[in-house]
Structures are given as structure tokens and as C-alpha cells.
Design a protein around this ligand. Structure first.
Ligand SMILES: *Cc1c(COP(=O)(O)O)cnc(C)c1O
Length: 440
């Protein structure tokens, strides 16, 4: 195994600890240093410096665009995913924004066909904010894959969805979308935030994945961050659909991205992410701080252990709730049946588990309120992916302003409770659930 580990083939658990970094070249520090520096001295040959700015050579210029600590996070996560490269940004929202904006042509007509089951802020980004910028979002139903294909046209720049939607856990038919995308020349982007290691976007054929690293990758509810991952499968060679990948891009001196990457080492692995970094990230300033990157690297080290424990606990909780007389219905991937179960089995690596998110139904809004006000251990917060167990009653929190019809269409009812099962001792989690249910 090579000592810098950059290209060595490792298993994922090992990559999480070793990929992309051995020790700091100056001090031999084993832990990744926080390069808390905005700029990098432009010493030496001026031509070499110009080459770095002109994307003819790898190098560090300014931390809004590239930073050594962040670069290690990116290389490490790309290795874990078996991807070409990754780009780290300030948050999950900025990852989704840049992943899609980077595909637009800038001419009227660009559109994205997206699952209607999305994290609320993502839904708003697509269906309101992008619309104001001239990118139309079209809503499709992951339970009917033909609804995606019907809405595609020659200006569709991506199909988008969450592998398991937050909060309702609707599985995305990724292999079927990938088949349609390959036939129609459209990339498939999946937000895999809630199922890292559980679902493998690359193995499923997804071209690009996004993550809110804020959640499980961080793992402790301390740090915002996002990752865009290029699995390297999409060619971007349709000049009508993707002119900025096939003609000179005036946002960077008329550069042709697919030729630029040929001159680069490390940064040449992905034309899609190079373009995103050198234009969209540079211009929007959605940069992650080096300290946040350090925190996320720490989180990655224990990701596989945490995911395994999250999943073990979640199965036990799902079974407890499913057998409880006061619980009307439980949604959890391993409890699904029929067509949905077949899809779940295609999407997940059952050796890791079925995820940590559970939705369950109590009779009505009053029951939901009684439950949420009587628990003691679990945290009532709208976050997901903390090591602690988190619980939300969407109707009295995240969804108070959403009209009843709209939220019920999205699968959120008066008595819906969303759980994000943590890594505590299972008996303590179940005892707290029982305490809440006793009050219902
Ligand atoms: C939290 C979340 C996001 C947004 O991520 P931030 O890091 O909070 O910006 C996007 N998608 C999903 C599925 C999420 O759970």
C-alpha cells in the first residue's frame, strides 16, 4: 500500500480513516491539520503561478475556492464513495444549489424533473428559488417512474430525488431512473443525506450525489457542511443540453472544461466539479470553513460504526412501535412490502441496515402533542443525523405553516411523528418512547 494512500484500494471502513492523507508534510502530524489560512503565498516562478490560476496546474490560491484541509475531506469522501472526485461546500443546501446550477445553460428552458417528496428547504430551493432564476422544476412521483420520463424534454438538465425522502421515507427508484437517464442523456442526481454507506449511489448507477454532511457524516450535530460527489459516469457531451461543458465558458476565460482537466493532476478527475469549483463556488462564495472540514473529517472516521448502531437501534424501535397498540402505522424501510420492499432491497446494503429514520402515526394532533411533551430522553428538534435520538411532531413545528392538503399529499398527517434513532442504549430509547406513548 502506498504511504500517502491516495490511490490505494481500501475497504470503505479503512478509507474513512486513511484515504487521501498520511501525515502533514511539514510536521508529520497524524491528524489532519486545520489550514486556517485564506491565501497561499505566490512564490517562485510567475508562470507556474499563472498556470495555477488558469487551471493548467493543481495548486492552492484562495480558500473560497480551495483549501488544503477541505481538499483532504473531498479526496477522502470521494475514495469512500468510489467516485471520481468530491467538492465540499458550506451546507447541504449549497451542495444541492451548486450541483444543479452547475448544469444550467443560462438560456430560458432549462428544467429539472424532481421527486415531489423532498426535504422542505430543498423543495423550496427547486420550486421557488430556482424558478426565480429561470430554472424550472417539474414535480414527479417516485412511486410512478413513468411520471419522470413523461416530463423530460431536450432541455432537462437533471433528474433529482432523495434515496429515501426526508421525512416520509419514500424510496427513489434509482436504477429505473438511471436507465431512463442513460437512454435520454440526462444525469441522475441523488441526495443521499439520510443513508450514507447504507445506499451506494455509484453502485446504483447515479451520476452525481449530494449530501448534507451536517447530518450523519458529521454525526454529532455540531457542524454545517455539504458534499457534491461526481461518480464519473456522465459524459456531458450533448452540446444542446450542456453548452457550458461543450463550448468555451466565458465565466472562466472561455475555458473548455473537458480539455482543462487533461492538464491537471488531482483536480483533473472531474470536469463537472472543476467547473463547479472554478465558477459557481468561486462566484457564490458558498465555501466551507477549514474548521468545519476538520470536524467532518473527524465524523467520517467513525461513520461506519455509528451507522451500524443507528440502524440496529432503529430496527428494534420500528418493531417495538409496530407492535404497540397506540401506534396506528409505522413507516420504516425494512417493514415495507410488495413492490416497495423489492425496491428497498435493491437500494440498501442490508449488512449496514435500513437507516435510522422512522415515521409513525398516532391518532390525531392532540395525541402527537401529548407524546412530544411527555418524552424526557429524546430531543425534540427538527434536525436529523445526531448521535442522540431526535424526534419531531412536524404539524406543530416544521409544517405549521404548510396547508393541511399540501402536507397530507406529502405524507405528513396530524399525528405523524418523525424519529431519528440515535446510538444510545436501546432500552433507554424504548423506555422513553413508552413514556411518551403512556401519555397519549
Ligand atoms: C438537512 C438536509 C438538507 C439541507 O442540509 P443543510 O446542511 O442543513 O443545508 C438537504 N437534504 C436533506 C435530505 C436533509 O436532511
Amino acid at each position: 500500500m502506498s504511504r500517502n494512500n491516495a490511490n490505494a484500494e481500501m475497504n470503505r471502513e479503512t478509507s474513512l480513516l486513511h484515504a487521501g492523507y498520511r501525515h502533514d508534510p511539514a510536521t508529520k502530524a497524524v491528524s489532519v491539520p486545520i489550514y486556517q489560512s485564506t491565501a497561499y503565498e505566490l512564490d517562485g516562478d510567475l508562470e507556474k503561478i499563472a498556470d495555477i490560476y488558469n487551471v493548467r496546474q493543481d495548486g492552492f490560491t484562495y480558500s473560497r475556492i480551495i483549501n488544503p484541509t477541505t481538499r483532504i475531506l473531498e479526496k477522502r469522501f470521494a475514495a469512500v464513495e468510489g467516485a471520481s472526485d468530491a467538492l465540499a461546500v458550506a451546507s447541504g443546501q449549497s451542495a444541492t444549489f451548486l450541483a444543479i446550477a452547475n448544469l444550467c445553460s443560462g438560456r430560458p428552458g432549462d428544467n429539472v424533473v424532481a421527486s415531489k417528496y423532498l426535504y422542505g428547504n430543498t423543495w423550496n430551493l427547486l420550486f421557488n428559488t430556482f424558478k426565480r432564476l429561470g430554472i424550472e422544476a417539474r414535480s414527479a412521483d417516485p412511486r410512478d417512474v413513468t411520471s419522470f420520463e413523461r416530463m423530460l424534454d431536450d432541455r432537462t438538465i437533471a433528474m433529482f430525488g432523495e434515496t429515501f425522502s426526508n421525512p416520509c421515507l419514500v424510496p427513489l427508484p434509482v436504477p429505473a431512473l438511471v436507465e431512463i437517464g442513460a437512454r435520454r442523456g440526462i444525469p441522475v442526481i441523488v441526495d443521499n443525506t439520510t443513508t450514507p454507506l447504507i445506499c451506494r449511489p455509484k453502485a446504483l448507477g447515479a451520476d452525481i450525489s449530494t449530501y448534507s454532511a451536517t447530518k450523519y457524516l458529521c454525526g454529532h450535530g455540531t457542524t454545517l457542511g455539504g458534499l457534491i460527489v461526481d461518480n464519473g459516469s456522465f459524459p456531458f457531451d450533448d452540446a444542446g443540453r450542456f453548452p457550458l461543458f461543450n463550448d468555451g465558458d466565458e465565466a472562466h476565460g472561455d475555458i473548455l472544461w473537458k480539455e482543462a482537466v487533461l492538464k491537471l493532476g488531482d483536480l483533473g478527475a472531474s470536469p463537472y466539479l472543476l467547473k463547479s469549483r472554478m465558477t459557481w463556488l468561486r462566484d457564490t462564495g458558498a465555501a466551507i470553513s477549514p474548521f468545519a472540514s476538520f470536524q467532518l473529517i473527524q465524523g467520517l472516521e467513525t461513520l461506519h460504526l455509528r451507522m451500524q448502531r443507528h440502524c440496529e437501534n432503529a430496527v428494534a424501535v420500528a418493531e417495538f412501535l409496530n407492535a404497540h397498540p397506540k401506534v396506528a402505522r409505522v413507516s420504516y424501510p425494512s417493514l415495507s412490502s410488495g413492490y416497495e420492499r423489492e425496491l428497498v432491497d435493491e437500494l440498501v446494503d442490508a449488512r449496514v441496515g435500513y437507516g435510522a429514520m422512522i415515521m409513525f402515526e398516532l391518532g390525531d394532533e392532540a395525541a402527537g402533542r401529548r407524546f412530544i411533551t411527555n418524552i424526557e430522553l429524546m430531543y425534540h428538534v427538527s434536525n436529523v443525523g445526531d448521535a442522540r435520538t431526535l424526534v419531531t411532531h412536524p404539524v406543530s413545528t416544521t409544517h405549521t405553516t404548510v396547508p393541511k392538503e399540501k402536507r397530507e399529499a406529502a405524507g405528513i398527517f396530524d399525528g405523524s411523528i418523525r424519529l431519528c434513532v440515535g446510538i444510545e442504549n436501546i432500552d433507554d430509547i424504548v423506555a422513553d418512547l413508552q413514556r411518551g406513548l403512556d401519555a397519549v
